[in-house]
Write a protein that binds this ligand. Structure first.
Ligand SMILES: Cc1cc2nc3c(=O)[nH]c(=O)nc-3n(C[C@H](O)[C@H](O)[C@H](O)COP(=O)(O)OP(=O)(O)OC[C@H]3O[C@@H](n4cnc5c(N)ncnc54)[C@H](O)[C@@H]3O)c2cc1C
Length: 506
């Protein structure tokens, strides 16, 4: 018998979230990291609405919001002038209980997740490195090295490779990492600064093939800057300082940098691995996909990988589902990662393209377009949906069935905050559930009691129709809150068949 259920390699955001979700569902985990402590530098800055929606399952949304900063607006600058101000605070007020963009530096975020994990009785095992592993078909045997150099052999039922872009797990299974590397060298810096107006908002400055993103994160005079290093300096990243970064875009912001608290550079890749599952081994987060930071999607995508996989692993380990359920992780997450890498690649190419026409479009056309377009409520909402990952769906998944109203199997449940009956309230637990908007028939109530799948009914309101829901239909939700079955007839035979066809026991 394996010593632990899941060995998680890597305690970045992806590994930490996986550990939290698995532990909450009663699985035994070991989480190791070769580093001596959580990341010290900011890296990802934005926590998207979809992440916060899912964080409710572990009561994490409130502390993250409290510790983070709801950025009021993104200001667009070009050639030294502020061209547009895009209000962000309630950009998605019809879409999500979290209609804003939350700025929460990754180092703060990781520390909070480590504390939450400790509260569940799990410690990250630091300075513990995965050296190699063997998938024996019925279990994993892993060789670990501890701080003092002593080695340990550990058995686990499954191995989760959350070990970042240079993943040893990915290398050892032999999964490719197709894509490329951008020629530009990025930097990230934490600075104390003055003069920026408005001081407590986010800014993006575009200047001939240069850009800088500036995030205020709630501490007076402190900002995180992300931008690119001047081409001619990028050859020797190890010797670079803040003086070597492209200053044209920064100067255009009228910002006075008083101190550089820390500074680091990094190369950005756009790559997706061939397969997310290899037998008993899974690849998640940056180990499976990497892309440009434009759009703030990287960390959030890793977190959603972990939440997607966690309930499936829990069901299989507890004997409530067969092993084939785990194949759906690959089907659902790889398609999304592929699309994301393509989209962020297009955005990145636009932002950094060289040449006078590109400069003209970026510095003159784009800010005007953004300013005009953003006044249109529909477009504002559309952009929020895209960036917040609330449009992400699993329509093509083998786990998605049916359509009722406009809502299909694989969709995120539309949020309908009818006063006194917010349909996201029951989504704070991890487990199957059925929603009915209207009246639930007696046989559905009996089915729900017999199978212990909670049934939540909401008195029918016009807002439900506007959201695309169908009166009296049954919406079976998966433990990660996506719609599994949307059945206009609310047929209990169809619900039962959904479980039996897939070998699920509830
Ligand atoms: C400088 C920088 C700036 C970035 N800026 C942004 C941004 O603005 N927005 C955005 O969305 N994303 C950004 N990213 C990307 C974002 O930080 C990543 O998407 C995110 O960290 C991925 O999390 P992860 O947990 O998958 O991997 P990581 O955070 O890379 O964690 C992997 C962990 O695995 C550990 N590990 C590796 N190998 C082993 C081994 N053999 N044994 C044990 N442990 C091991 C490592 O020590 C590390 O702690 C940035 C990345 C970098 C490097």
């Amino acid at each position: 018998m394996a010593a632990t259920d899941i060995l998680i390699v890597g305690a970045g955001p992806t590994g930490l979230i996986l550990a939290l979700w698995l532990t909450r569902q009663g699985l035994a985990v070991r989480i190791i990291d070769k580093s001596s402590g959580p990341g010290e530098t900011s890296r990802a800055m934005a926590v998207q609405a979809r992440t916060l929606e899912l964080y409710r399952q572990l009561d994490l949304a409130a502390p993250v919001i409290e510790d983070g900063y709801k950025t009021p607006a993104m200001n667009m600058w070009a050639l030294g002038k502020r061209k547009a101000r895009i209000a962000l605070v309630d950009a998605g007020r019809e879409v999500s209980p979290y209609p804003f963009v939350l700025i929460y530096p990754q180092d703060h975020h990781e520390r909070l997740l480590v504390k939450q994990l400790q509260a569940l009785g799990v410690e990250v095992e630091r300075q513990t490195e995965l050296l190699s592993f063997d998938d024996g078909g019925d279990q994993i045997t892993a060789r670990l090295k501890h701080a003092q150099g002593d080695e340990e052999t550990l058995t686990a039922r499954y191995l989760a490779g959350c070990d970042g872009a240079r993943s040893l797990v990915r290398h050892q299974v032999g999964s490719g990492f197709e894509g490329g590397t951008y020629k530009q060298l990025f930097y990230v810096a934490d600075v104390s600064a003055s003069g920026l107006e408005p001081a407590d908002e986010a800014h993006v400055a575009l200047d001939q093939s240069e850009f800088v993103l500036v995030f205020f994160y709630g501490e007076a005079d402190r900002y995180r800057l992300i931008g690119i290093v001047r081409d001619e300096r990028a050859e020797h990243p190890e010797t670079l300082t803040f003086d070597d970064v492209g200053h044209a875009a920064i100067n255009g912001l009228n910002i006075k940098i008083n101190a550089v608290n820390w500074f680091s550079t990094y190369r950005v890749h756009h790559r997706v691995t061939d397969q997310f599952r290899w037998g008993r081994v899974f690849l998640l987060g940056d180990a499976a996909h990497v892309h440009s930071p434009v759009g703030g999607q990287g960390m959030n995508t890793g977190i959603l990988d972990a939440i997607n996989l966690a309930w499936k692993l829990a069901a299989v380990v507890k004997g409530q589902a067969t092993d084939t359920l785990l194949d759906s992780y690959q089907a659902e997450r790889q398609a999304f990662a592929q699309k994301l890498v393509e989209t962020t690649d297009r955005m990145f190419t636009f932002v950094t393209a060289q040449g006078s026409f590109a400069d003209f479009v970026r510095t003159r056309i784009a800010p005007v377009f953004a300013s005009v377009a953003y006044k249109n409520e529909n477009l504002r909402e559309y952009l929020f949906r895209m960036v917040s990952q609330t449009t992400l769906h699993y329509h093509e998944s083998p786990l998605s069935v049916g359509k009722a109203g406009d809502v299909r199997g694989g969709d995120r449940l539309p949020w309908v905050p009818v006063p006194g009956a917010d349909n996201y309230e029951p989504l704070s637990t991890i487990g199957w559930q059925v929603h009915v908007y209207g009246e639930a028939r007696a046989d559905l109530q009996a089915w729900s009691e017999q199978h212990r799948v909670p049934l939540h009914t909401f008195a029918w309101q016009p807002a439900h129709r506007q959201a695309g829901l169908c009166r009296d239909a049954a919406y079976l939700l998966r433990p990660d809150t996506y719609v599994a079955v949307a059945d206009p007839q609310a047929d209990v035979v169809a619900l039962g068949r959904y479980f039996s066809d897939r070998g699920f026991r509830v």
